[in-house]
Design a protein around this ligand. Structure first.
Ligand SMILES: [Zn+2]
Ligand SMILES: [Zn+2]
Length: 375
């Protein structure tokens, strides 16, 4: 059996101040797992728009104001896949379901109270905590997957199928889950029409595919030949909003009376403006991307009332929904388009994300896989 020598120091992508640069630091300490923790070696991590906004200091809270209570120095990354390389003291005896060599996910939610009404309802991503136990996440409070080694809470561990592809699973843990949850919120029936605005980006490509998997007829709205090709390859229709005089009219042409649901996966405020007009009577608008500054939906109350529209937002999803989203990728129903790049490309990837250049999702290779046989 190979035994892994764990280093005391590691390479991390560090942000010292919000708005500051990403620096690669090679002497950041590797933590030892506590009593109810595992140490995982990070293999791959996706790069999410929220990481970009948090680093820049432009991530908005529910009041629309910038979120400033962020641990500094900051290490982003909340869609990573790692392998368990060490268990906290006594954990093997207390929880034999957790094994060395197992694949685990590093997600947005890192620690939850398991007792508040949201946790008990299976909506633990909204955990409010009880008494002194406050929930934490890998975006604002704890170092994320842009490091080689990470301690994770054993009680809220994302245990992945042993045959999961770490490259395709990584972006599924945030982008995939968020889009999957939006297709659940859309309450799609087979044959329903679904429009995905921002279809060619990291979130959008998943929303298109999870929508198709639910039997919907999907129309992707985005721009550029790369995105047209990607969306068409999934079997969805495509509207290039820069090539048509009026994207709303194009949607109404293709759906006759407007769509049953619209998922807005774009990160710009402009994308939200027309979404309600793309809907038929009784349609559902599902919001997932958060524009910098919080964003506003420019839709009249009259349109919402007269058309009986529903508006639903969602923040990622639960662990159960995450594992459902992963299962659809693992079984080949959903095939996310990913580009694997070296860990040190992170600053360049942020620049490309800002320009909206990426048709799909970038996954960074953080470390070599020690394999499953570590017992
Ligand atoms: Zn994310
Ligand atoms: Zn809770």
């Amino acid at each position: 059996m190979p035994s892994l020598t764990l280093p005391t120091h590691q390479t991390v992508a560090l942000v010292r101040s919000l708005g500051g640069p990403v620096e690669f630091v090679d002497d950041y300490p590797v933590k030892s797992p506590g009593q109810d923790e595992v140490l995982a070696k990070v293999l791959y991590t996706g790069v999410c728009q929220s990481d970009l906004h948090t680093r820049a200091g432009t991530a908005a809270g529910p009041d629309g104001k910038p979120i400033t209570a962020i641990k500094l120095p900051h290490i982003g990354g909340h869609e990573g896949v790692g392998r368990i390389v060490a268990l906290g003291p006594g954990l093997a005896q207390r929880d034999p379901s957790i094994k060395l060599g197992g694949l685990v996910g590093i997600r947005f939610s890192s620690r939850i109270c398991r007792r508040c009404s949201y946790c008990l309802a299976g909506t633990e991503q909204y955990c409010q905590g009880v008494e002194d136990m406050k929930p934490t996440n890998h975006l604002h409070h704890e170092d994320g997957s842009f490091q080689e080694y990470i301690c994770l809470d054993a009680g809220y561990l994302t245990l992945l199928p042993p045959d999961a592809d770490p490259v395709l699973t990584a972006p599924t843990l945030c982008a995939g889950l968020t889009a999957y949850k939006a297709t659940l919120n859309a309450e799609l029936k087979p044959g329903d029409s679904l429009v995905v605005v921002g279809a060619g980006g990291g979130l959008g490509q998943y929303a298109v595919q999870y929508g198709l998997a639910r039997g919907a007829r999907v129309i992707g709205v985005d721009t550029g030949e790369k995105k047209r090709q990607l969306i068409s390859s999934f079997g969805a229709q495509f509207i290039d909003f820069k090539q048509v005089p009026d994207a709303v009219a194009s949607v109404r042409d293709l759906t006759h009376d407007g769509a049953d649901a619209v998922i807005v996966a774009a990160g710009s405020s402009g994308a939200f403006a027309q979404a309600a007009s793309m809907l038929r009577i009784g349609g559902t608008m599902c919001l997932i991307g958060i524009p910098p500054g919080g964003g506003q939906i420019l839709t009249s109350v009259a349109e919402i009332v007269i058309k009986g529209l529903k508006i639903k937002g969602n923040l990622v999803g639960s662990l159960k929904e995450c594992l459902e989203a992963v299962e659809q990728v693992n079984s080949g129903i959903v095939k996310p388009k990913v580009f694997v790049r070296p860990f040190r490309d992170l600053p360049a990837v942020y620049e490309e994300l800002e320009k909206g250049d990426i048709a799909g999702r970038v996954v960074l290779k953080v470390g070599d896989d020690p394999g499953p046989n570590l017992e």
